[in-house]
Design a protein around this ligand. Structure first.
Ligand code: SF4
Ligand code: SF4
Length: 423
């Protein structure tokens, strides 16, 4: 028995809808219970991961009108911005486009993703401007000084992603690892939130379309259409949201051995309109294939499942400061991709708000201060330990819960798509 979006939306508006997070659905099914269309109306899904295809459009005043003709170049905390497209002649206003993957010219571990989070945290950033007359000046601005600040995803929320290994004999620099990638199958990097992933729960894009309201980094935004490189096998989405409402916990930078990358999060409501949608929602991690790629040649060399990544593992890293051996150099501190590790009174600390739960520190600490069971990929008779996760399933679960609560208290209004997306 299929149902329309309007019927489900009317139930939500009347306060009669059954809204579950994808995690709750899993728990119901794992408990041996069945789920029919009568048991659930909306399922909230989410993903948080390194998402390279991110940029911001920022527009804000930097000087009095008439003080310069037009800007030629600009940097925010050292991160280069594209000036334009509007020249804003003599207005003293900058229109900038900043890539989430742009690298600071002053700090090799700081990039656009870090900048976006700093702005969302309410910090002021340093803006350096070079005018076309060769004049330089600097100002400090915060998000509240920017009448317009929007974040766009050109290629976000893939229907899951891939794992990477390095079968070669030399270590390589890559955006898929926070450090150099060890050779000889010596560890895997993984990405994708498995059964929680929005498109995994609606693989035929029956309920997600142009105009669907979503949460992007916790702020309300909309799906614009398919993302770049989207295909029927690997669909992904483009979308945008206003940065003023973003929650810094769900965004930020992630340092890799090829420079800083950008972290984004999506939460999407799936209206359970048909048995086919319900069937996709019911799929467990172990039934979702995870292609294993050669990180150098970028070809598929095996197939594991998301059960290897997210079943019977620790989603959160533990810290045991008393176990610290006070090494001359703390490797976890130096390689943490989000700068979440520090020291206070000679004891290691972990900033939970910054931590991405990538797990890398647990593989590098000689004193077992940082602990997490990350699991292993199993394919073709091999077992390759996972050493770094570029998706944060814990926060994705939290974001799916946030969206569920907001639908139930009517502070998030679900919208019907205005057009279907063909990936
Ligand atoms: S590597 Fe581990 S044991 Fe050594 S200083 Fe760092 S936290 Fe302490
Ligand atoms: S899991 Fe460890 S290495 Fe990864 S972000 Fe958190 S503190 Fe840093």
């Amino acid at each position: 028995m299929a149902r329309s979006f309007s019927e489900i939306k009317a139930k939500v508006d009347r306060g009669e809808a059954i809204v579950l997070s994808a995690q709750e659905v899993r728990e119901i099914l794992d408990g041996g219970n069945e789920l029919t269309l009568e048991d659930v109306d909306v399922v909230t899904c989410a993903t948080r991961a390194v998402m390279s295809g991110t940029y911001a459009v920022l527009s804000f005043p930097v000087a009095k009108a008439g003080s310069f003709l037009r800007a030629k170049s600009a940097w925010l905390n050292g991160v280069p911005a594209e000036v334009g497209p509007c020249p804003n002649e003599r207005l003293g206003i900058l229109d900038l486009i900043v890539f989430g993957t742009a690298h600071s010219r002053s700090d090799p571990k700081y990039g656009g993703g870090h900048l976006f989070r700093d702005l969302a945290e309410g910090k002021n950033v340093e803006v350096k401007v070079e005018t076309d007359a060769g004049k330089d000046f600097e100002v400090e601005v915060g998000l509240s000084d920017m009448p317009q600040a929007r974040l766009f995803g050109t290629r976000h929320s893939f229907k899951n992603y891939s794992a990477f290994v390095n079968p070669g004999e030399e270590r390589v620099a890559t955006i898929f690892h926070a450090t150099f990638f060890d050779p000889c199958w010596n560890g895997a990097s993984v990405s994708g939130c498995g059964h929680l992933n929005p498109i995994q729960n609606d693989p035929f894009l029956e309920t997600i379309g142009v105009g669907t309201r979503v949460l992007l980094n916790g702020a309300e935004g909309f799906v614009l259409g398919k993302g770049t490189r989207s295909s029927p096998e690997k669909p992904n989405l483009s979308g945008f949201a206003d940065m003023h409402g973003m929650d810094p916990e769900y965004m930020g930078g992630f340092a890799t051995s090829c420079g800083p990358e950008c972290v984004s999060s999506w939460a999407v409501p799936i209206s359970v309109t048909s048995e086919r949608v319900l069937e996709s929602i019911a799929a467990p991690d172990r039934s979702i294939p995870l292609p294993v790629m050669d990180v150098v040649e970028r070809r598929e060399i095996g197939k594991a499942t998301y059960g290897d990544v997210w079943e019977e593992v620790d989603l959160e890293v533990e810290i045991h400061p008393v176990a610290c051996k006070r090494c001359t150099q703390c490797i976890p501190e130096s390689i943490c991709p989000t700068r979440a590790i520090g020291f206070e009174d000679w004891k290691p600390t972990l900033d939970r708000n910054r931590c991405f739960n990538c797990g890398l520190c647990s593989t590098a600490c000689v004193g077992e201060v940082f602990r997490a069971h990350l699991g292993s990929l199993r394919f073709d008779g091999r077992e390759v330990p996972i050493v770094v996760r570029q998706s944060d399933r814990l926060r994705a679960e939290r974001l799916a819960e946030v969206l569920k609560r907001r639908i139930l208290d009517h502070s998030f209004r679900m919208t019907e798509m205005v057009e279907r997306i063909s990936p």
